[in-house]
Write a protein that binds this ligand. Structure first.
Ligand code: GLN
Ligand code: ZN
Length: 754
């Protein structure tokens, strides 16, 4: 029995890659220094994986920003607007990642989208010139050779042609048709080149196969791979799927020329059934994804061995594998010095998962009396308590009415307009202001008990004062306090709720250089004391204008935490919702007139298959949100915010959240959602983000005016709010002030003309 992993985290044990890239962005280091950091990380990771005796070691899973962008660049799928900047390759790459503003021009970044059902974001390749598509890059070859020089044979990893093709944004149908041909040629060339290098195994990641596939998809897959696999020569190719099962295409896959088939037995609910029904192929190896690549709990070997036994009834050719890339879990538990060992013993991050693969292999290759099995069984005994009877009892009392806000939107919005007295096109921001170094060091010093609570608070109050003053000076209509007390929109709430655990170094890449540190939901959740109340009250006391209260919603808190596996997600969501409900009512009581409840991650855990959307998710997620705000007065306005705009397909559910105003990311995806909103007579007021905060470039008044006018063309003016597309915490004050000033000027001008 052999073992394998799909991909390894690249950010580094201490986020070396993040800091290296950011330094380069700030012109504080050279390209050579950055390349060296990258090389060191790759070396370290390969050696580590090898030391755990993993047989299939990935390469080309490294990326400076994003693997989808890497694949696009490999095949020269680079929009002309970036080529026209005439930058050298690395800078052209970063221009696509984060936009460019400098002496060579001014261009926005590629759109960013959630990577399937994860909190990782990829860059959406844009193809305006199919003729340009060709194998031009060499990263995949270079990294293979780099490992080879270390004496390590790797399995290069690349997004498969089908998934890549599905994810590219093509200029038009003609471009798309031509691109198909060209891309196929380029992949064929890639196989030839890999053969020349004597590469043994190549892994094509095809997660798109776990979606619901229609006849066109199946035909496309067939068309692409029948041709492509004719060029594989001596190269062995693993078709790797993850995040679900491949029920729509499984029987067909058995007929293909792939040498390995990677299936997910964690999220792939039907994977085992498919094998039982259709068998497996004699000419293929089954890469069995049994180590959960998404959660942080230790693998239960007894369960895994049972599954493997089942699989062995159908094939002897099995390689133990992770269920998906380990990119989605933190690097290692060895940096956790504060967590009680009684918890830590059942945690397993990326590096520990290597060990699990090693041990499972060993058990399978020796016999099941192996002491490793017993040690594993003992891990799950005597773990700390998770149940809180009070929380359980409160959930029992919930009634249907608790989930419904009264009166209905149509009635209350009129009352709110009267009460709030805001101008047309009210301007606002999404909540956070720059998390400058002083803000972070103040928080850190407090956490490390180097400063008193009073001086911590006074510092933040000073920051809030400045933040309010800046917003008043700029002329925004609805203000925010700036969120200086928050390290992260989820961790902060977790820290103030009972039931959560925290890691010190559990960073997971969210996009590019951005990492998040998801809390762990360990026990039943409840609120012990008010969380945001004092900050909100203080901020409101400084201004005559309305300052929004700012909370993170239950679904987002749940989705951005590592969830429990012993109770349902629904139950966890309700527990969190009740805790937040108390906070909302406290804010309202304190005179906060607008309360924003962010559901940045609502869409994130939407099941990939439509048939599961309601029963597995929306049927509990939306009510959890309702539970948070249904108790407020008519005149209290509830806002929500989402970090994307792809919700054409869940608009009914978004409407059912019954917020009064919703802001979302629209700037990167060209406002296309607005057409749908118009078509379905969406009533909730909307704040489509008018510029992209993920990029450092400052939008001009002119550019913003065009965007605002486009919005006005699509929706009634009474329904529109003007805001950036997300919180401003990752930007500098310089960028933020300039951008917001332009936003207000553009809005005011247009307002006058209405
Ligand atoms: N209120 C949060 C902020 O402004 C929202 C962040 C988010 O949606 N990711 O930072
Ligand atoms: Zn956002």
């Amino acid at each position: 029995m052999k073992n394998s992993i799909i991909s390894y985290p690249r950010i580094g044990a201490n986020r070396e890659l993040k800091f290296g890239v950011e330094k380069y962005f700030k012109n504080q280091s050279s390209k050579e220094e950055l390349l060296q950091i990258a090389k060191n990380l790759r070396t370290k990771h390969w050696q580590e994986i090898q030391n755990f005796g993993i047989d299939f070691i990935p390469s080309n899973d490294f990326s400076f920003y994003d693997n989808v962008l890497d694949a696009a660049v490999l095949f020269n799928i680079i929009h002309t607007k970036y080529k026209n900047l005439n930058l050298e390759p690395l800078d052209e790459y970063f221009a696509q990642s984060r936009g460019y503003q400098g002496k060579n021009g001014d261009t926005t970044a590629l759109a960013m989208k959630k990577w399937f059902n994860t909190n990782y974001h990829y860059l959406v390749p844009e193809c305006d010139d199919a003729n340009a598509i060709a194998l031009v890059g060499d990263k995949i070859f270079k990294e293979y050779l780099e490992a080879k020089e270390l004496g390590i044979e790797t399995k290069p990893v690349l997004i498969g042609i089908f998934t890549l093709f599905k994810l590219i944004n093509f200029k038009d149908e003609k471009t798309k048709e031509l691109a198909k041909e060209k891309l196929l040629k380029a992949y064929e060339e890639l196989l030839t080149k890999l053969n020349t290098l004597k590469v043994q195994w190549l892994q094509f990641d095809e997660p798109y196969l776990v979606y619901d596939l229609d006849q066109n998809d199946l035909a496309l897959f067939d068309q692409l791979y029948t041709k492509l696999l004719n060029h594989k020569q001596n190269l062995k190719i693993l078709l790797q799927t993850y995040f679900g099962d491949v029920r729509d295409i499984y029987p067909k896959l058995l007929q293909t020329q792939f040498d390995g088939l990677g299936l997910d037995f964690i999220e792939g609910k039907e994977s085992l059934k498919l094998i039982e029904k259709y068998g497996f192929a004699k000419d293929k190896i089954l890469f069995a994804g049994i180590i959960n690549g998404k959660n942080i709990y230790a693998n239960d070997y007894t369960k895994s061995l049972k599954l493997i036994k089942e699989l062995q009834k159908h094939t002897k050719n099995i390689v133990l594998n992770t269920s998906c890339s380990l990119l989605h879990v933190p690097y290692s538990t060895e940096f956790e010095k504060q967590l009680n060992p009684s918890y830590l013993k059942i945690f397993s991050f990326a590096k520990e998962k290597l060990k699990e693969l090693k041990e499972l292999k060993e058990i399978l290759n020796t016999n099941e009396e192996n002491p490793l099995l017993k040690t594993n069984q003992e891990l799950f005994q005597n773990i700390p308590q998770r149940t809180d009877e009070k929380v359980k009892a409160r959930l029992q009392t919930l009634k249907k009415e608790d989930f419904i806000r009264q009166p209905e939107f149509k009635k209350r919005i009129l009352i709110q307009k009267e009460f709030l007295q805001l101008p047309l096109l009210p301007t606002t921001t999404i909540g956070s202001f720059p998390q400058s170094a002083d803000v972070r060091s103040n928080r850190l010093a407090f956490k490390q008990e180097k400063i008193s609570a009073t001086s911590y608070t006074e510092f933040n109050q000073q920051k809030i004062k400045e933040c309010i003053a800046i917003q008043e000076e700029i002329g925004l209509d609805v203000l925010v306090h700036g969120e200086f007390e928050r390290n992260d929109m989820v961790e902060y709430f977790g820290e103030n709720l009972k039931g959560f655990l925290f890691t010190q170094n559990g960073w997971v890449q969210s996009y590019g250089t951005r990492c998040v540190k998801p809390p762990v939901i360990w026990g039943d959740v409840s609120r012990i004391k008010p969380i945001t109340l004092a900050w909100a009250k203080f901020a409101q006391s400084l201004s005559k204008k309305i300052v929004k209260g700012m909370l993170t919603g239950p679904v987002t808190i749940l989705n951005w935490s590592f969830p429990r596996e012993d109770i349902s997600l629904k139950e966890s969501a309700q527990q969190i919702a009740l805790a937040l409900r108390d906070e909302v009512l406290d804010l309202e009581n304190a005179g906060i007139k607008i309360i924003q409840i962010d559901e940045a991650a609502l869409r994130e855990k939407l099941p990939l298959r439509k048939s599961d959307w309601h029963s597995q998710y929306l049927d509990w997620a939306i009510p959890a949100f309702n539970l948070v705000h249904s108790g407020v007065k008519t005149e209290t306005q509830i806002h929500t915010h989402m970090c994307y705009s792809e919700f054409n397909d869940i608009l009914k559910e978004i409407d059912a959240m019954d917020a009064d105003v919703i802001s979302f990311e629209a700037s990167r995806s060209n406002l296309s959602l607005l057409d749908t909103l118009k078509a379905i007579h969406f009533q909730t007021e909307v704040g489509p983000g008018v510029y992209d905060i993920h990029s450092p470039r400052v939008p001009s008044v002119e550019e913003l005016s065009i965007t605002i006018k486009q919005i006005l063309n699509k929706l009634p003016k009474k329904q529109i709010w003007i805001n950036p597309d997300c919180g401003l915490k990752t930007r500098s004050y310089e960028e933020v002030i300039a951008a917001l000033k332009n936003l207000v000027i553009a809005t005011q001008k247009i307002r006058e003309s209405l």
